[in-house]
Design a protein around this ligand. Structure first.
Ligand code: ADP
Ligand code: ZN
Length: 448
């Protein structure tokens, strides 16, 4: 009953560029890169100055392999030229503005021409088609609508695919569940954290998600783990797909999983991926982990050349069994600025999540609190446990606490204080989850 129905001809047509022969893909990338570099050089002072400083002219870029001649760009370039300094198109050609959610500071602004909107629609159609969606699907779009690229980005691509879109946006959880049931929704998109929140809420309302026609979940905008996927797939009876994107490049639609669930195909005809060593800035070969750098090959309004995403991943060079020729990146399990250092050990929230998911009777709801006592870093991991455990005997709680602590020590290599908290005490996010609270610089007497 939950089997995906056959892809129709429309979906095949949409996905055609995913299967392009590599030689043709390389030529197309080269041609598009030349044109985007010409436009960026002619219209954006920041790119021109940086290329001049490196003594690189647009004519030096003959093919895609020459991309490494170009200088990098980074988030700070968007901030220092705020709001329109990186725009390559006149405002009269810009039909849409978006801003990043500002997870790491002041928002940045990007623009889209009518052609950019077509490209965006196209990559979202391909994203959803890769997740097995097609005309006739009913999509509940629970990504936030507004300046955040998630909601509106998914919206137009889904419509173009022929799906019926319910533009509910994030939040209003009870209504989300009611509509999931009443409107016979077959697909949903939101952050993975928000979906887990929906699962919990459905249970409270006595709704069994497994019994609904809901078949596909398209989740992204924040890191999540394989354990979380299993938790979602088992708990809701759906197939869960990871999608990746960022405002600076276009929004969602940069890379997406196919039915094989082994890495995310990058829509390389539109966004060219490289992996670099985050410290030296040197290119790393496919198969090595490093920082993802992306160049837009078609963007008109805000082209981005060799943009340093701070997202850490690996390019998988082997062809995927699905037949797509687009290279894949491994799921992004952390961004370099998410990392915190405890007593000299680098720790990522995703490691803690992975450790928790190994222990039964816990929820993947946790909060890491960093403090300092007598000059030493202290970590407390608050973990929500099921109601049964909480009302159980103290010794059982202690037992569970020990198990979690061991699991964390095993994965991270560090012992951390674990505190078990009652269900629903950790704040739920309607968008991206906040996993770490760093109070280390807030202690009186501490030097900033
Ligand atoms: P902000 O930088 O303010 O969060 P965006 O809303 O543009 O702005 O978020 C883009 C970032 O979100 C990416 O750079 C990445 O760190 C994260 N992200 C997006 N999708 C995923 C995903 N599927 N897995 C892990 N991280 C993701
Ligand atoms: Zn594939």
């Amino acid at each position: 009953m939950k089997e995906p129905s056959c892809h129709n001809w429309h979906v095949h047509a949409v996905s055609m560029p995913d299967f392009m022969p590599l030689k043709k893909l390389g030529e197309l990338q080269g041609k598009r890169l030349r044109s985007v570099v010409e436009s960026a050089y002619a219209n954006v002072a920041c790119f021109r100055k940086r290329m001049d400083a490196r003594k690189v002219k647009p004519q030096d870029i003959k093919g895609i392999a020459d991309i490494s001649l170009l200088p990098f760009s980074e988030k700070n370039d968007l901030r220092t030229t705020y709001p329109f300094g990186l725009f390559a198109s006149p405002m009269k050609d810009v039909v849409r503005l978006h801003a990043s959610s500002g997870t790491t500071g002041k928002p940045i602004v990007v623009g889209y021409t009518a052609r950019d909107m077509e490209v965006w629609k196209n990559v979202i159609m391909r994203t959803l088609a890769a997740a097995g969606m097609h005309r006739g699907d009913i999509l509940q779009n629970a990504f936030g609508y507004g300046l955040f690229t998630g909601g509106l980005g998914l919206h137009y691509g889904a419509e173009a695919l022929g799906a019926t879109v319910i533009p509910i946006s994030g939040g209003n959880t009870e209504r989300q569940i009611m509509l999931l049931c009443d409107l016979k929704v077959t697909a949903i998109c939101c952050t993975p954290t928000y979906f887990i929140h929906l699962m919990e809420h459905a249970e409270k309302m006595g709704v069994d998600l497994k019994k609904l026609p809901l078949r596909v979940g398209v989740f992204g905008a924040e890191p999540w783990t394989e354990g979380m996927r299993l938790f979602i797939e088992k708990g809701a009876g759906i197939k869960a797909f990871d999608i990746y994107g960022l405002t600076e490049i276009i929004g969602p639609g940069v890379a997406a999983e196919c039915e094989r669930h082994c890495g995310l195909h990058v829509f390389e005809d539109c966004f060219y991926p490289e992996i670099i060593d985050p410290v030296s800035g040197k290119n790393l070969p496919d198969g090595k982990e490093g920082e993802l750098v992306l160049s837009t090959l078609q963007k008109e309004a805000t082209p981005m050349l060799r943009y340093r995403t701070h997202d850490m991943t690996t390019i998988l060079p082997e062809p995927c069994k699905c037949g797509r020729t687009l290279r894949r990146i491994m799921r992004i399990d952390h961004r370099s600025d998410d990392m915190f250092i405890i007593r000299g050990v680098n720790v990522y929230p995703s490691q803690i999540e992975a450790a928790l998911l190994k222990v039964e009777q816990t929820f993947p709801h946790y909060l890491v609190i960093l403090t300092k006592a007598n000059g030493l870093d202290q970590v407390e991991v608050q973990v929500e446990v099921t109601r049964e455990v909480f009302s159980d005997r103290i010794s059982e709680m202690e037992n569970l606490r020990g198990k979690i602590s061991l699991s964390i020590e095993h994965v991270v290599g560090l012992r951390m204080n674990v505190r078990l908290v009652e269900p629903q005490t950790i704040e739920r996010s309607q968008g991206k989850a906040k996993r770490v609270v760093d109070r280390r610089t807030m202690n009186p007497g501490d030097k900033l």
